[in-house]
Design a protein. Structure first.
Length: 198
């Protein structure tokens, strides 16, 4: 499999699933630990616009920070280490913790991690909706608006969040239109042509 390089100031869809489609999250503690590691490894190097954690896979929409705002340049590039290294460290750290807790052997994830560049506003909008509606695809929660392991609730409610919600809402013009667009079913058919083997 060919993996694209991550470049500063570009948007990417980051996703992966469990090896053999097995669960990578078995209980609440797993989801919380995964996100605590995400905060440790990824927040310093990327802005986050949407995410959803499902029992056997996950999705993130991120933008790599620029040289002035990212620790990538001072921590990784100076050492001649690739920009994707924080992601590898993040997933490796979670895999080790999961394997130890559940006596799991072998690779936890099916891939190193998959990433697609997102380079149009239409793609950004459709991907945000696709990510947030993911819980409906497995029928594990009849109301995706309240799904616990998704950025959707953080974007529509008031209060501070680490999600770049103001920028996300600007892609839809208003919060009302953001909600309206999420309720349209046609988006799922459009986004499927942009995804590869999720």
């Amino acid at each position: 499999m060919k993996y694209i390089n991550l470049e500063l100031e570009k948007y990417y869809h980051i996703f992966n699933r469990g090896n053999n489609k097995e669960n990578i999250f078995c209980e609440d503690e797993n989801y919380l630990h995964f996100m605590s590691l995400y905060k440790k490894y990824i927040y310093p190097v990327a802005d986050t616009f949407a995410y959803c954690l499902m029992p056997n896979h996950f999705h993130f929409l991120i933008r790599m920070k620029g040289e002035k705002t990212s620790k990538v340049s001072e921590t990784f590039e100076v050492l001649d280490r690739p920009v994707w290294k924080p992601f590898a460290d993040f997933f490796n750290s979670y895999s080790k913790a999961f394997n130890k807790k559940y006596n799991h052997t072998g690779s936890l994830f099916q891939y190193k991690f998959k990433r697609n560049e997102v380079n149009t506003i239409e793609y950004l909008r459709e991907l945000v909706i696709y990510i947030h509606r993911n819980p409906l695809s497995l029928a594990i929660d009849g109301n995706y608006q309240n799904y616990r392991y998704s950025s959707y609730p953080a974007i529509i409610r008031k209060g501070k969040t680490s999600i770049c919600k103001d920028e996300v809402l600007s892609w839809f013009d208003t919060k009302e239109n953001f909600i309206f667009c999420h309720n349209k079913i046609s988006v799922e058919n459009n986004i499927s042509t942009l995804l590869q083997d999720v």
